[in-house]
Write a protein that binds this ligand. Structure first.
Ligand code: TXA
Ligand code: MG
Length: 319
């Protein structure tokens, strides 16, 4: 496995060629790092599941370079989904749509729908463009972490997490730290009214404003196939507490205006909720690197990003 620290037109072409040959390429996106693979290559996808340690019935998101390629993967697309795609792509949103024959069972976990995203990160988008110029149709990419663990928000995270599982021809593209820091908002567009399966920085009110539809806010267990919807996920080794006070040597995460309790180890002090989302996963990773056993977190409550942050925190804390 090699790490490409400077992404140029030439290294991106190499990476796209490598994907076309069936190798895995981890790449930065504005949300978290993805572990990419040619979405039409069954053997490569099987290896991806092994590297991630993920059950094969959990579907993958297919990444494409522009909304123009959507029809290849999805059919019977409702009007409201087209509005969402046109307004919010490229961006941190995944649409779940009825699949075409191109989206095989090995991508969709045998469901009749497929998750599609057009990422905005310049490296992700350029990689997808070159991949498509080489005849590729889409790159399936889960977050670049082991199943159930914290997503990677830097190339170093990907290396720490996956280097012992990746092969000699696999690549990691370094694009610095992810701007958003939390995975994309997933919107189920197979129903009459869109439904948010996983909250993210694209908020419920943005979806409502663009579609002109009112969304239901409840989530039910019928969607457990979305692994990010399992009750426990995004979990560090340390135990995460959303209530109580840290003791000496325990980790502590809170907005910067909250003081560190005496004896606690401050893992992050974000100035606002946007920075909270950016720093959360790296702070949880640092706890594990420092072999901290307990991390106490003060959840944020301002702004709609807090919904997504608190969703991930609840899962990180669930044991
Ligand atoms: O921001 C993101 O979405 C990142 C970047 C790399 O694009 N990707 C990501 O993928 O978070 P992953 O596989 O770690 O999480 C995607 C979640 C999983 O819980 C998966 O089960 C669910 O989305 N999912 C994918 N396709 C789905 C579908 N057709 N129906 C329901 N859930 C789906
Ligand atoms: Mg994931």
């Amino acid at each position: 496995m090699a790490i490409i620290s400077t992404c140029t037109a030439s290294t991106l072409k190499d990476a796209a060629t490598s994907l076309r040959s069936g190798n895995l390429v981890a790449f930065p996106s504005e949300t978290v790092y993805g572990l990419g693979v040619d979405a039409t290559n069954k053997d490569a996808v099987e290896r991806l599941y092994k590297v991630k340690g993920r059950p094969t019935d959990h579907p993958l998101i297919v990444h494409i370079s522009s909304v123009g390629n959507l029809d290849k993967w999805a059919k019977d697309i409702p009007e409201y989904a087209i509005k969402l795609a046109q307004n919010l792509w490229p961006g941190p949103m995944t649409l779940v749509l009825f699949r075409t024959n191109l989206a095989k069972n090995f991508i969709t976990g045998s469901q009749d729908n497929v998750g599609i995203r057009v990422p905005a990160h310049p490296i992700a988008n350029a990689l997808l463009k070159v991949f498509e110029e080489l005849g590729g149709l889409g790159v399936a990419a889960p977050s670049a972490n082991r199943f159930g663990k914290v997503s990677s928000t830097s190339a170093k995270d990907v290396e720490d997490e996956l280097s012992s599982y990746l092969g000699i021809d696999d690549l990691i593209l370094d694009g610095g730290n992810c701007q958003v820091g939390l995975e994309s908002t997933i919107v189920d567009c197979t129903l009459q009214i869109p439904r948010i399966l996983r909250p993210g920085v694209i908020s419920k009110s943005m979806v409502e404003e663009i579609t002109g539809l009112e969304l239901k806010s409840d989530q039910t267990d019928e969607y457990v196939k979305a692994s990010g919807l399992l009750k426990s996920h995004y979990s560090p080794i340390a135990k995460v507490f959303l209530m109580g006070n840290p003791g000496i040597g325990d980790g502590f995460i809170a907005l910067s205006d909250i003081e560190t309790p005496e004896g606690a180890i401050r893992l992050a002090a974000p100035k606002d909720v946007t920075e909270y989302a950016q720093l959360l996963y790296s702070a949880l990773r640092r706890a594990d690197q420092m072999r901290i056993k307990k991390v106490f977190v003060v959840s944020p409550n301002q702004g709609e990003i807090s919904v997504a942050i608190n969703d991930r925190l609840a899962k990180a804390a669930f044991k």
